[in-house]
Ligand binder design. Structure first.
Ligand SMILES: Nc1ncnc2c1ncn2[C@@H]1O[C@H](COP(=O)(O)OP(=O)(O)OP(=O)(O)O)[C@@H](O)[C@H]1O
Ligand SMILES: [Mg+2]
Length: 314
């Protein structure tokens, strides 16, 4: 598989602050690559460098076969960018906005109009093309942003936190839009703070923290890196959580308790031994369990494991 995005040893400093500190990643053609990291990790800096809006201090960066430093013009022809903060005209309708972008990219008036209609249709905005953008919901607006970044049918698309601030429905709408793009062959690099988003959309994920990749792989590979499976025990009575923690045969240091959900969760090395041990221990103590299940770790737990902190606390 050819790599459409290649980033090697990239550094970018603001004053004495290293926003990117020797970052490496590569993205295969027609795949979605997730860049996952907390606030300030360097995601926007990376996207701006890839989109030729910012020059790296050091390192090699190629997009669609062209160097972003020496061939920025060639790169710009082949990319689309959905920034963290979008640039739509609030007073204009969705269709007018897209036509305006088309004209900016030197499509003729007729071609710009046709392209605007195609994109509105594709993102389920056909009926609302006339409505002023200020009346759009968050999800509609983000889909219109996406449509605008696709005016030129880019080979590579950069999405910087495409769903931040959206409610679950708006998020699902944008996810569907991204999935339909990839079906059409576009290579996508998307940044996100949402582990679930990377899990849902990305073929491969780079977890970044302080300007460096701290782990990469498929969602499954990252999950496996945290040491395998977990067991969840949901008790009938939250008041017995303390007693259950004391008697269950799990490592107290890595066990977590969620009182609201009456849930106790722990990593396990041997699935069947852990399951049988838990059932037996609870039965002997007369503690009633509502559910006991073995599962893979979530990406949240992976992030906690890799960075020693949760995404929220980061
Ligand atoms: N123009 C700038 N001048 C000085 N420092 C900057 C500038 N832009 C970014 N930084 C710093 O570089 C680091 C990386 O910032 P960046 O915006 O790339 O992070 P991010 O991962 O996109 O964060 P967020 O999730 O909040 O968008 C941060 O510490 C930030 O404060
Ligand atoms: Mg950012």
């Amino acid at each position: 598989m050819t790599d459409v995005i290649v980033v090697e040893g990239v550094r970018k400093r603001y004053g004495d602050k290293h926003a990117l500190d020797g970052l490496d990643l590569s993205v295969g053609r027609g795949t979605v690559h997730g860049v996952l990291g907390p606030n300030g990790a360097g995601k926007t800096t990376l996207v701006r460098i890839l989109a030729t809006l910012l020059r790296p201090d050091e390192g090699r960066v190629e997009v669609a076969g062209h160097d972003v430093r020496t061939d920025a013009h060639e790169v710009r022809f082949r990319i689309g960018l959905l920034g963290q903060h979008a640039a739509l005209d609030e007073e204009l309708g969705g269709r007018q906005n897209l036509e305006m972008f088309g004209r900016l990219y030197h499509l003729g008036a007729r071609r710009a109009r046709v392209r605007a209609d195609e994109l509105l249709e594709r993102f389920g905005l056909g009926d609302t093309g006339r409505k002023a953008v200020k009346q759009y919901s968050g999800g509609m607006r983000r889909r219109l942003d996406l449509a605008a970044s696709l005016i030129t049918e880019p080979e590579v698309l950069f999405l910087d936190e495409p769903t931040t601030g959206l409610d679950p429905r708006g998020r699902a709408e944008v996810w569907n839009a991204v999935r339909s793009l990839v079906g059409g062959g576009t290579t996508v690099l998307l940044t996100t703070q949402y582990l679930e988003e990377a899990d849902q959309l990305a073929d491969r994920i780079s977890v970044i923290d302080r300007g460096q990749v701290i782990a990469d792989g498929t969602a499954d590979e990252l999950k496996a890196k945290t040491g395998g499976d977990r067991i969840d025990v949901v008790l009938h009575d939250a008041g017995q959580l303390g007693a259950a923690v004391a008697l269950l045969p799990f490592d107290k240091a890595t066990l977590s308790v969620d009182a609201d959900r009456r849930l106790l969760s722990a990593p396990v090395t041997d699935r069947m031994t852990a399951l049988a041990g838990a059932v037996r221990a609870l039965e002997e103590a007369g503690i009633e369990a509502e559910d006991i299940a073995l599962r893979r770790p979530t990406l949240d737990e992976v992030f906690l494991h890799l960075t020693g902190k949760t995404e929220e606390a980061a």
